[in-house]
Design a protein around this ligand. Structure first.
Ligand code: UDP
Ligand code: GLC
Length: 398
């Protein structure tokens, strides 16, 4: 009789200690979820907070550790000017804990900026290589100059390798002084099988359960935050008074303290008389079926999107996508061929793109099909996981 699970797994590659500062389910964490699950036989994920990301890692069989030492680091904000003595001692305490854990691993893989700083300090104690997976465009309007300065210094002199989630993210690092860092651009990958498994009946059932009927439905997916531009989509709806049957579903919630913006968005929809046409679904873990349930996917970020998983997911779901230009979004999309593209903060442009898509169903189907083919070629895990593994191996060999 063969009994499964009793033998120790055959470990054939570098052992990786992943480190993330948050356990909320942002795109960077969903990206790490697939990478860590793929390497689960030789990986652990150390988290500087507890939360739903840990539960998702558990479900996928990934070993996790929550670093209690990091509790006080949660109060250090990304726009903070100067790290106080409390922050320094929290970084040191957390770094020592990571170094102790790291003894059994070949690489420290930092998935966020805070995690990167901690990993670099740990590397001094543990003498292990550090790989930084950079998910943000280092923009001084968003991150303090001191934070960017520290990131760049560490990327140039401590990290053995950096993975950037787009060329735009890599370019911003270089532009801020990170030219010495060894950067690999690896786009996010998505599990296409999960999208392919959704049946038309399931998509219709979701539509019915939301009371959406047969009217055209737009879907805006992503956490609720000012730079994700939910207000642009709501204002575009108000401009679509010639198409009063069109509905908008907003899927996502405030994840990182943007609750007041989320409340403003509900108030804006009500104020514009759209209470019955704009549906706030909150955070959902059934994005693939929801994407198949909507007719058009809109993306409205007002700042350059570092990558933009929701765009790639919408393309994989075979939906016509209207994406906002800038950052990784402009690398994902070929305007007019694989998606529609609009400029940021322009509700009128969004409204006219929506009208065009709805008025030309044959063209919408053709663009959606081209988008899906392109996403299958560039943004699936089958394509991106080997690239990530290659960067890991090179970081260990460096
Ligand atoms: N997402 C989700 N549930 C929601 C809203 C979004 O699982 O209710 C997922 C979405 O499918 C995508 C990720 O959250 O995979 C958001 O990633 P993206 O890169 O678009 O943006 P980020 O929030 O990381 O800036
Ligand atoms: C970040 C970025 C997003 C990107 C995600 C995964 O959260 O904001 O654009 O898609 O990381 O790399």
């Amino acid at each position: 009789m063969r009994r499964r699970g009793l033998c120790a797994p055959l470990v054939t590659g570098p052992r990786v200690l992943f480190l993330d500062h948050t356990a909320a389910l942002g795109g960077a964490e969903l990206c790490l979820l697939d990478v860590a699950a793929h390497l689960r036989d030789r990986a652990v994920v150390a988290l500087m907070a507890d939360g739903p990301f840990r539960a998702r890692l558990d479900e996928r069989g990934v070993r996790t550790v929550v670093l209690e030492e990091a509790a006080s680091l949660q109060r250090v904000k990304r726009e903070s000017r100067m790290p106080g003595p409390g922050a320094v001692s929290a970084v040191l305490g957390t770094a020592r804990a990571v170094a102790r854990l790291g003894k059994d691993y070949d690489l420290l893989y930092a998935n966020s900026q805070k995690a990167f700083i901690v990993a670099c300090v740990s590397a001094v104690f543990a003498r292990k290589p550090v790989l930084w997976h950079l998910h943000d465009i280092l923009d001084p309007d968003v991150f303090s100059r001191i934070n960017i300065g520290i990131d760049v210094l560490l990327a140039n002199h401590v990290a053995t390798r950096v993975i950037a989630n787009s060329q735009a993210t890599a370019n911003a690092l270089r532009a801020r002084g990170g030219a010495r860092a060894r950067v690999d651009v690896v786009y996010n990958g998505v599990d296409a099988a999960v999208y392919d498994a959704v049946t038309d009946a399931e998509a219709l059932a979701v539509r019915a359960s939301l009371g959406l009927g047969s009217a055209p439905v737009l879907g805006l997916f992503g956490r609720i935050a000012p730079w994700k531009g939910q207000d642009v989509a709501i204002r575009a709806m108000a401009l679509l008074s010639d198409r009063p049957e069109v509905q908008l579903v907003i899927v996502g919630d405030a994840l990182f303290g943007e609750e007041s913006y989320a409340a403003e968005m509900r108030a804006l929809a009500a104020e514009l008389g759209l209470g019955a046409r704009v549906h706030f679904l909150g955070f959902r873990s059934d994005v693939p079926v929801l994407m198949r349930a909507v007719d058009v996917l809109v993306h409205t970020s007002t700042a350059p999107e570092p990558f933009g998983r929701v765009i790639a997911e919408g393309m994989l779901a075979g939906r016509p996508v209207i994406a906002t230009a800038g950052g990784g979004a402009s690398e994902i999309v070929t305007a007019g061929e694989t998606a529609w593209q609009i400029q940021p903060r322009d509700p009128a442009a969004l409204a006219s793109a929506i009208r065009e898509v709805l008025a030309n169903p044959a063209r919408a189907r053709a663009v959606a099909a081209a988008g899906r083919a392109d996403a299958l070629a560039r943004f699936t895990l089958g394509v991106t996981l080997p690239q990530t593994e290659r960067a890991i191996e090179q970081a260990v060999r460096a």
